[in-house]
Design a protein around this ligand. Structure first.
Ligand code: C2E
Ligand code: CA
Ligand code: CA
Ligand code: CA
Length: 278
């Protein structure tokens, strides 16, 4: 038994070693991609369903690696979070999104905002606020043309510190959106204390409705309450006409999802907003 235990232990170590080496290789590839312009952005429209107009575009990071192929952000964003690479990655995303927004705004009269995801890990960077400010200055994007999307996890950890930074960002005139809202129902009451402008209802929120009338009641209450405290509500993951109809019946008309558009390349967005390619 002693012998076997020893072998098992060794095998376990080997497997852990292999996994660590794989992660390290992927981390190295991601670091290279960030440095060598190997990432790109797609943009998903946020639409006012009443007017059909695009009110905003959410920038979503994409990574096509020569060795790994297309890696999902659901995989490389957590990797970036765990390794600290989220700071240079996030900074690249913000710059790229603002540069692109400026190009679009220069060539059209529409005043859609660009929405950029901010990870918790980026708040560990003391230069975050200065970097955001400098990026706006350098690209000529006005603060009201930028929305930053944050998640509840940010305000769950070190709430005072993080809320202070959020207030500083908001004082620059940038709007803040709370992403993925509605996956936990406990958080309704603290909403009013958060310096946010927009509530993004998670797509789980919508998929639950059809099956459960209690969920529908909670969804209805959330939308009403958000409006009551002056928040704009954007419903995420709208995939069907039924979902849209339900949202409209609740006076929720800002929507994002495959029903309107998948995330698109910058060329595709240029076509959508009827611009000739740059
Ligand atoms: P998210 O911020 O909640 O972004 C929305 C995700 O839902 C996107 O996935 C989008 O493609 C997907 N989606 C949009 N409409 C629909 C729909 O109708 N149905 C379904 N099933 N899905 C829909 P994506 O692009 O794979 O990104 C996944 C997550 O990775 C994002 O979730 C975000 O948390 C993170 N992420 C992506 N880009 C960045 C980035 O630049 N920075 C940071 N910090 N995180 C990012
Ligand atoms: Ca313009
Ligand atoms: Ca988001
Ligand atoms: Ca989301």
């Amino acid at each position: 038994a002693k012998q076997l235990g020893g072998n098992g232990h060794q095998f376990f170590q080997q497997e852990m070693h292999d996994q660590a080496m794989q992660r390290l290789a992927m981390e190295t590839a991601l670091r290279k991609a960030i440095q060598n312009n190997g990432l790109h952005l797609h943009y998903q429209p946020q639409v006012d369903a009443l007017s059909g107009r695009i009110v905003g575009l959410e920038a979503l990071a994409r990574w096509r690696d020569p060795d790994y192929g297309d890696v999902s952000p659901a995989d490389f964003i957590p990797l970036a979070e765990q390794t600290g690479l989220i700071v240079p990655l996030g900074s690249w995303v913000l710059t790229e999104a603002c540069q692109q927004a400026r190009r679009w705004h220069d060539r059209t009269d529409s005043d859609f905002y660009i929405s950029v995801n901010l990870s918790v890990g980026q708040f560990a960077d003391e230069g975050l606020v200065d970097n955001i400010h400098a990026t706006l200055e350098a690209t000529g994007v006005r603060p009201e043309q930028l929305v930053l999307e944050i998640t509840e996890s940010l305000v769950m950890s070190e709430p005072e510190y993080h809320i202070h930074i959020l207030e500083t960002i908001r004082n620059l005139g940038i709007r803040l959106a709370l992403d993925d809202f509605g996956t936990g129902y406990s958080s309704l009451s603290y909403l009013r204390n958060l310096p946010i402008d927009i509530l993004k209802l998670d797509r789980q929120f919508l998929s639950n409705l059809a099956h459960n009338s209690e969920d529908a009641a909670i969804a209805r209450a959330t939308i009403t309450m958000a409006a009551d405290i002056g928040l704009k509500v954007v419903a995420e993951g709208v995939e069907t006409a039924d979902q849209l109809r339900w949202l409209l019946s609740q006076d929720c008309h800002l929507v994002q999802g495959y029903f309107f558009s998948r995330p698109l390349s910058d060329e595709q967005i240029s076509e959508l907003i009827q611009l000739p390619p740059a």
